[in-house]
Design a protein around this ligand. Sequence first.
Ligand code: LER
Ligand code: MN
Length: 270
Amino acid sequence: MKTAVTLSQVPEAAAGPFVFRQPLPEAFAVAAELGFDAVELFLPSADFVTVEEIRELAARHHLQIAAVGTGAGMLRHGLSLTDPSAEKRQAALDFILALVDFGGQLGAPAILGSMQGKWGGDVTREQALDWLAEALHTIGQAAAKHGVPFIYEPLNRYETNLINRLADGARFIESRSLSNIVLLADLFHMNIEEVSIAQALIEAGPHVGHVHWADSNRQAMGFGHTPTTSIVAALREIGFQGYLSAEILPLPDAETAARQTLSSIRSFLP
Ligand code: LER
Ligand code: MN
């Protein structure tokens, strides 16, 4: 398992769960100095910075790019893959595909979180899930061209009413025959939705491709009440080799949160 920390460049996400928000050259430097293996990027769009600039920063600081978030499409433009408007669904897909292409050139998968949207109003649950499956099919194929998966994230009930638990995500992938789609186990969402976080990880097993390493209160692991021992045992049991990425609130400050993240991981990873 490898460590990652979130870097946000999205002003609209000021209250969001992102650790470092300074300009990218400084953010990469501090992530490397603290000892992370990788950074997870939350960018306003795929043209905010060039692939070459990120490649250069990553090489200079010996950091990998763990993943690229797409949530700015929702935050800045109100886009989702399940919007009643066909035009907006297409814009959401285009926004995500551009970030898949951006991340893919860096060997990094993109993530679908808030841009999955919600069902309701004129859109039935079945219709929304059909649109979601269709989009995931297209995006999974686009990601495969870069040799990376695409990451789908079940969110807690206050953020989506589509898929809230890992088991439902795994069933969705299987029943819709989606390929090249992996699940994101965000431990903050799971703390709200799962009966047992460890059991849910074990049952979703091979589908788990990325972890948001957040405590129950969305602070750094160890600052809340999530039981890490059973979770780590579950991740070991399923042979998880991916990133434990700190998508957390920068509390009491970004550096303390980042250091706490690393010590929570190092307490079980040699
Ligand atoms: C994104 O990774 C996430 O966890 C969501 O809560 C963002 O809306
Ligand atoms: Mn998350």
